[in-house]
Design a protein around this ligand. Structure first.
Ligand code: ATP
Ligand code: MG
Length: 200
């Protein structure tokens, strides 16, 4: 199987994340998309942070409910130590040797990937599908991709998806101000945030 991995903090998950999953699924003929929320870093082990993690996970669950090819992957959420993408991708390859992995990310992540721990180790484990975001245009993306491919033998493809100026940061701010977040997150997520009074 061809599996897309959509990694992130998802605090909260929003339609930008879901659209990347949907377009990757269709355009690259993937069989499943796994949403992979990162766990809490080691310095964040208090109860409050455990709650935050379970809220992030629960919102993903609700957002992807009923979509048979969208799955929740708790590999990093369940880990007791800090997770790194290179390590997770290695472990997933070892656990599922028959499958091919496609790591989905936005331009901001692609442009900062060289700051990730042992990032060189990521490239042999997957093909990267990179979507445009914010002010990065197709020329910037092509240039960046070419550089990474030449330097590290990375396999990177552009993922064409609608450009959405939505981020979890903006959504947290809007929720904090009591402003509407409907249509930027699935209804079930907006209702969840309201019910638990998150981000206030
Ligand atoms: P935050 O503002 O908290 O950083 P975020 O919206 O960037 O949240 P993350 O969980 O950090 O969400 O992102 C997970 C992945 O999804 C990253 O690779 C990010 O680039 C990508 N992504 C998130 N939102 C968008 C968007 N609107 N367009 C394209 N890519 C996106
Ligand atoms: Mg982000």
């Amino acid at each position: 199987m061809k599996i897309g991995i959509m990694g992130g903090t998802f605090d909260p998950i929003h339609i930008g994340h879901l659209l990347l999953g949907e377009f990757a699924y269709e355009d690259f003929g993937l069989h499943e998309i796994w949403f992979l929320p990162n766990g809490n870093p080691p310095h964040k082990q208090q109860d409050e942070d455990q709650d935050a993690l379970s809220h992030r996970v629960e919102m993903i669950r609700r957002a992807i409910k009923g979509v048979p090819y969208f799955k929740l992957c708790l590999h990093e959420a369940k880990a007791t130590e800090h997770s790194y993408t290179y390590k997770t991708m290695r472990e997933l390859n070892a656990l599922y040797p028959e499958d091919d992995f496609y790591f989905i990310l936005g331009a901001d992540s692609l442009f900062s990937i060289e700051e990730w721990k042992y990032f060189r180790e990521i490239f042999p484990t997957c093909t990267i599908l990179a979507a445009m975001r914010d002010d990065k245009d197709v020329t910037d993306m092509r240039e960046k991709i070419l550089g990474l491919e030449q330097k590290y033998w990375a396999k990177i493809r552009i993922l064409q998806a609608p450009l959405l100026e939505i981020s979890s940061t903006t959504l947290r701010k809007r929720a904090a101000m009591g402003r509407s977040i409907y249509y930027m997150v699935p209804d079930a997520v907006a209702e969840y945030i309201k019910k638990y009074d998150l981000y206030r």
